[in-house]
Ligand binder design. Sequence first.
Ligand code: ADP
Ligand code: MG
Length: 758
Amino acid sequence: MSAYELRKAALVSAVSGPKREIQYPLKADGKARYPSEIYGENVFTLKTMAKALPKPIFASFLKQRRGRQNLDKNTADSISHAVRVWAMDRGATHYTHWFQPQTGTTAEKHDAFLSLVSNFTPGGEEVTPIDQLSGGQLLQSEPDASSFPSGGMRTTFEARGYTIWDTSSSMFVQQGPNGTSILYIPSVFISYNGDALDEKTVLLRSNDVLSRAATDLLSILEPESHISHVYTTLGTEQEFFMVDRNMYSLRPDLKITGRTLVGQLPPRHQQLEDHYFGRIPSRVMAAMSELELECLRLGIPIKTRHNEVAPGQFELAPIFEEASVAVDHNLLTMDLLHKVAHRHNLRVLYHEKPFKGINGSGKHCNWALSTDRGENLLDPTVRPETNFRFIIFLLAVLRALHEHAALLRVAISSSSNEHRLGAQEAPPGIISAFLGDQLNEVLDAIEENRPLKNFSVPQFQSIKVGGTVLDVKVSGLPHIARDLTDRNRTSPFAFTGNKFEFRAVGSKQSPSFPVTVLNCAVSAALHEITADLRAQTGSKPRPSDEDKLTVIRKYIKLTKHVRFEGDNYSEAWVKEAERRGLPNIASAPEAYPHLIAAKHVKMLTKETGVFSESELKSRYHILNERYTKDIIIEAETLSTIIGQQILPAAFEYRKSLAETAVALKTVGIEGGPEIETLEELTPLVVALQAEFRKLVKVLKDCLEHEHETEDSNKHALAAYTDIVPVIASVREAADALEVVVADKYWPLPKYTELLLTI
Ligand code: ADP
Ligand code: MG
């Protein structure tokens, strides 16, 4: 079949191929099971565990889980036995330590429960098969670490890496093929001497550090409330594209790099603004609801589904959970959706910018802090008398952002998210915070020690913020901050009523590192504020309201520059941000050195203790290496597509036009439209050929010079400055050709086919 015929066949099968439907689970009486009944049925929850274990064993586990005591052999053995039986009753034949290496995805290696026990009898060796999971096997396993990115730590500590059960996340069973299933043991992945080789270890550490910093501050602010634990909550709004799988399989660029390296926008894409919240296409809907069922079984609380702005773009959002569990669940959801989409002959694209010219995809990370009593520290409506607390925690986040904006920029930087930052809906490379008019006015009024102004709600007009202290307490901040009409979609970091929304996070990346960095920066800010508050309080048993206001005013002033309410995409903001001294970091390779800059290293190591210096260095290398590899892979893929598919297609079309012209001449017709098209086509082919040569050359140069320096950032910068612009100019030349070459000759499914056929 010609490339054209393949394209058309893919189109036909996309439209008329068989549609998959599954039976929603029913009760014995034939009525539908309720989602709440299915929820978590494949999870070895604490409740399940409590039922399966003797009481003292369960109690000892709970103690260990809160970090008070090590898990002893007896407890581990009992749990491993209980979970194995539970899992095997659900068809499990294997178990796996499931972990999160620094690749953005998850990793797993399966081991069978089957073991052989040898008995030596006088008659010879007798082998008995048994099913087994020992306490030791549950707690720890040693996968070969040498093939995961370690950024140089591998050479220092040999290839040894250990996966260790993360007891804060429940084990679960996932269905495998042929009616079997697998027991998943959520794990951390560390090196021989305890360095984090993964994303989760540092996230868990940052949670602990933040909890200590927050409870320390609360012990001064509200000693009577005895809050002993604070945890970060996270709700990830996951955006993605869905395309037909046959069509996808004809696009080597999508398959290899996750994005289209060439392609013209169709005449209608998102400009009619008719896709957002529109009817979900039926095939996608079938896949989403199948996914949701799987999520239910795994206790992943998916709440919302809708069309996004671009055609073919969608979003799923869960109910927020404790951050490390939310990260596990986000990664699981991504993986499950990938598998489920496959069954519907769809392909899910997580790349931040799979299509040029239309919206990219993000993963908005909704983030807040919750006490052990379930009170959201960023919720101004909890109790009016907690307004001081609310403002102080709000300022701690602003302080974190102000001090470590460049670091947060690092945490969201990748070759793929690069295409999104600043384009279409995406927040730009300058990190600032949006609070909304009303909250902004509250901070301004406190700073200037004046009453609030310009509020439509009459009760606020008489409030004297900062006059007598009591006024702040009764100022009705709750109503102010909960105004959800105040939206700014251009902000990379927005306060949305009772949480911050970190919007710059990319759809493809794990939310783990951005949240870890945010946790660390907020912890450092909390330390700082707590120290100031202590100093201000002096020998008094607790700070007076005036003491608190003094500290509050200080931090309002310190963090003012990071607040921005206007259009983040405007040129004016770029200038204004520069005037304010906020970093505007254009690219990932320019961002990465900030990870090892003194100020941020000090915060991440000495001040919070979440990272060691070697962990940061290794991460720095991994990020740089990944960037360079991504760009080289893109350049190689593009060069193959141009050299082997697009140029030959253009040649063929040109040949057919020329042959037609010759044939026409023999019957006495000279010139004419064929010749005109030929004349139009020729310079475009020449231009593409020239760009293609450039690409081949820069790629060759880059690979040749690779060995001249060990500096991974230099390589990344070279890829960014030398290769990225050529990839763009080759694309431009190819796209110009796509408009002229007859459809019949074009070898790749076009944007119309990819975006509008699901
Ligand atoms: P919006 O659409 O205004 O952003 P939603 O209520 O739809 O708000 O929430 C979006 C995401 O934010 C959801 O995943 C939700 O669970 C999450 N979220 C809500 N409250 C919190 C919170 N306190 N901490 C973390 N995430 C939250
Ligand atoms: Mg939101």
